[in-house]
Ligand binder design. Structure first.
Ligand SMILES: *Cc1c(COP(=O)(O)O)cnc(C)c1O
Length: 393
């Protein structure tokens, strides 16, 4: 099956008379148990597949089957949010004494968790410019067990070369996890390129309608089974069946939505590149993107995220918040409707990324004093551009 078919068909109930033609929403928190079932995380069995929804649930299982197929993995695990997927994976793969090597540009919450929470557990974390392979290789330590990258990365859409970094990580005995939220499986399948785990915030493009939070990790079946035990059964980061059901419905249109997001992002990029108030525009599909060659190699779709550096960010942010009508001045991304938000560089460097010296200067070279992160919606491109034009004034 091709991805447009998988995104609609995988996880559906068997085609028998009387069965529903979609994955049913099963909100039950518990299921009739086998009389011999124990009451421990180690007692899951195929005979009684569902026991308690923090362990597993039919609606969640349908979502997990579809996510595993889309990313070409053996198994998937759904989480309550993208953050719980990332933190669950870190806590599962790393123990005291281990080292996490993290991309120095990534989702702010992930950077903060790595810098603040992991050291308290005896896990060291250091950040590196993952767009520079020599720097990645040099930053690996004997105790590095996990390398985590995000591509394209929040908020400047910097890319990382997945297959090259998988090679570096594996040569050092470490695993690679890739946050592929912005690429989605429509653009990139990190497991095919050698990654061990893919992570998504399902809240974004996967759901697509801005009405559910969710996250997922996709990887080898044995590792996912262990992750189910530590992250869901013990830490309790289970996704609500209703959110899973909304995300299943959202996934049906993921491939056609990504085409529309990409087409509109191309048009919006062309508009922004010629606007006098805009200094720089980043979209992986544009020839002007500093890693366009890697984007062409690694992405089948360039996604709908466009970041731009203005002349006067704070003033323009106020103007956008006052004047935008089609685009909403709001956080998040990957929704049908366009969303725009200003991310000041100083705050991000100091409180989230903790960059200093040369690394801070390199980030400032890309991001200036701040970037607008625009999640281009799937409204008509002319309406989106007209709205941006009137708001830029
Ligand atoms: C939003 C996001 C997250 C966090 O996901 P939530 O669902 O908000 O917890 C992680 N990584 C990336 C790239 C994101 O965009």
């Amino acid at each position: 099956m091709k991805i447009e078919t998988q995104s609609i068909h995988v996880g559906l109930p068997a085609a028998r008379p009387g069965e529903p033609v979609l994955s049913p929403l099963v909100p039950a928190s518990s299921f009739y148990a086998h009389p011999d079932a124990g009451f421990s995380a180690n007692d899951l069995s195929d005979a009684a597949p569902h026991f308690y929804t923090r362990w597993s649930n039919p609606t969640l299982a349908a979502l997990e089957a579809r996510l595993a197929a889309l990313d070409g993995g053996e198994a998937a695990l759904a989480f309550a949010s993208g953050m719980s997927a990332v933190t669950g994976l870190f806590l599962n793969r790393l123990k005291a004494g281990d080292h996490l090597l993290l991309s120095n540009v990534c989702y702010a919450g992930v950077a903060e968790f790595a810098h603040d929470a992991l050291p308290r557990l005896g896990i060291s974390a250091t950040a590196v410019d993952s767009s520079d392979l020599a720097k990645v290789a040099a930053a690996i330590r004997p105790e590095t067990r996990l390398v985590h990258i995000e591509t394209p990365a929040n908020p400047v859409l910097r890319l990382s070369d997945i297959s090259a970094i998988a090679g570096i990580a594996h040569a050092a005995g470490a695993e690679l996890s890739v946050d592929s939220t912005m690429a989605t499986p429509v653009a990139t399948r990190p497991l095919d390129l050698g990654a061990d785990f893919v992570v998504h915030s399902l809240t974004k493009y996967a759901c697509g309608h801005g009405d559910a939070l969710g996250g997922a990790v996709i990887g080898p079946a044995a590792a996912i089974a262990d992750l189910r035990k530590t992250s869901l059964i013990h830490l309790g980061a289970a996704l609500s069946p209703f959110a899973a059901w909304l995300i299943l419905r959202g996934l049906e249109t993921l491939p056609i939505r990504m085409k529309a997001h990409e087409d509109n992002a191309r048009a919006v990029t062309a508009f922004l590149e010629t606007h006098p108030r805009v200094r720089r525009v980043y979209w992986p599909g544009a020839a002007s993107h500093p890693q366009h060659e890697l984007a062409v190699r690694q992405m089948r779709n360039f996604s709908g995220m466009v970041s731009f550096v203005p002349d006067d960010g704070p003033a323009l942010a106020r103007q956008f918040a006052d004047r935008l009508k089609t685009v909403a001045y709001a956080v998040s991304l990957g929704k049908t409707r366009g969303l725009l938000f200003y991310i000041p560089t100083g705050d991000l460097i100091a409180s989230s990324f903790r960059l200093e010296g040369e690394d801070a200067a390199a980030y400032r070279d890309i991001a200036g004093d701040g970037v607008f992160r625009l999640s281009v919606g799937i409204e008509n491109a002319d309406d989106i551009i007209a709205d941006l034009a009137q708001a830029l004034g």
